[in-house]
Design a protein around this ligand. Structure first.
Ligand SMILES: NC(=O)c1ccc[n+]([C@@H]2O[C@H](COP(=O)([O-])OP(=O)(O)OC[C@H]3O[C@@H](n4cnc5c(N)ncnc54)[C@H](OP(=O)(O)O)[C@@H]3O)[C@@H](O)[C@H]2O)c1
Length: 269
């Protein structure tokens, strides 16, 4: 059956590859991008694929929570239901890592905004829905001051902390919704896949992007991921696995959610 799937960061890398696979399967795609020309070009390319179903495009800068609120409202105005949200957009290196709201761009794009999007779109999901969040093998204990933009970090540290923070809110939200809302799953798509992020950060060609796209399609659609509440799938080992120990610490996960909520209250006022 055709599903309605929203994927962020669909204009490059793993997101673009995943969007292409999903479109070719006949699913309805809500594509997100930040660059209007790139987004329009991707929409046209995907619409020309055999078997393409409906495709819509939404533009939003995911480093700006207020912009994302408007993005979520635009989706909700057009749609009463959504089957899958793939929070794929992410950032590693940044020349200027501080956003206009004073957040580190890694925490904004990789942690806070995916939470905001999931929370805002929650009313569209039934209990068979799925929220797939792009985690990483890079995970490090979260400095709450850095999450709130009060101290700066290296690219490495900000990225690894932002990905563990995302894995932690995924667990908290997934367990809270168990049996009555969408499955919330954090997925490491495999390490060092050959996207522009990996090429720019590590100067290597990287592995086939299809490895990441295939696991995201499985997480979005296949029965093995149905009803999975707050689990972490590690595609380096090809199985559900334990994230960093903080990622399954209920108290710490709760603390991360509280910190994100406080940031959103402050930044969206
Ligand atoms: N590649 C890997 O080995 C690997 C491993 C583990 C996890 N991941 C995760 O996989 C996801 C996809 O990454 P990728 O490797 O495919 O990297 P990528 O090619 O750099 O793609 C990142 C996507 O995010 C979008 N994006 C970045 N900042 C944004 C912002 N402020 N607002 C809106 N969109 C923004 C980019 O938009 P543009 O197209 O406009 O640049 C792009 O579409 C990320 O969450 C990443 O952390 C990747």
């Amino acid at each position: 059956m055709s599903k309605k799937i929203l994927i962020t960061g669909a204009t490059d890398g793993i997101g673009l590859e995943t969007a292409g696979m999903l479109v070719s399967m006949g699913h309805t795609l809500l594509l997100h991008g930040r660059n209007p020309e790139k987004l329009e070009k991707v929409k046209k390319t995907l619409a020309a694929l055999p078997n393409a179903g409906g495709i819509e495009a939404y533009r939003s800068d995911l480093s700006r929570p207020a912009d994302v609120s408007a993005f979520a409202s635009a989706v909700m105005e057009k749609h009463r239901t959504l089957d899958v949200l793939i929070n794929n957009a992410g950032v590693y290196g940044a020349a200027n890592p501080v956003t206009p709201e004073g957040l580190d761009v890694r925490f904004a794009v990789n942690t806070v905004v995916p939470y905001l999007l999931a929370k805002r779109l929650l009313p569209l999901f039934g209990s068979s829905g799925r929220i797939v969040n792009l985690s990483s093998a890079a995970q490090a204990p979260v400095d709450l001051r850095a999450l709130a933009g009060r101290v700066g970090l290296s690219d490495d540290a900000a990225y690894a902390q932002s990905k563990l923070a995302l894995t932690m809110w995924s667990r908290r939200m997934g367990l809270a919704l168990e049996g009555r809302g969408p499955a919330v799953i954090a997925v490491n798509p495999a390490s060092l896949l050959g996207s522009k992020m990996v090429k720019e950060a590590f100067g290597i060609a990287g592995k086939d992007l299809r490895i990441g796209a295939e696991i995201l399609c499985r997480a979005a659609l296949s029965a093995e991921f149905a009803g999975v509440a707050g689990l972490y799938f590690d595609n380096d080992s090809g199985r559900f696995a334990s994230p960093h120990p903080d990622g399954i610490d209920a108290g710490k996960c709760e603390e991360i959610v509280r910190a994100i909520e406080a940031i959103l209250t402050e930044k969206l006022e």
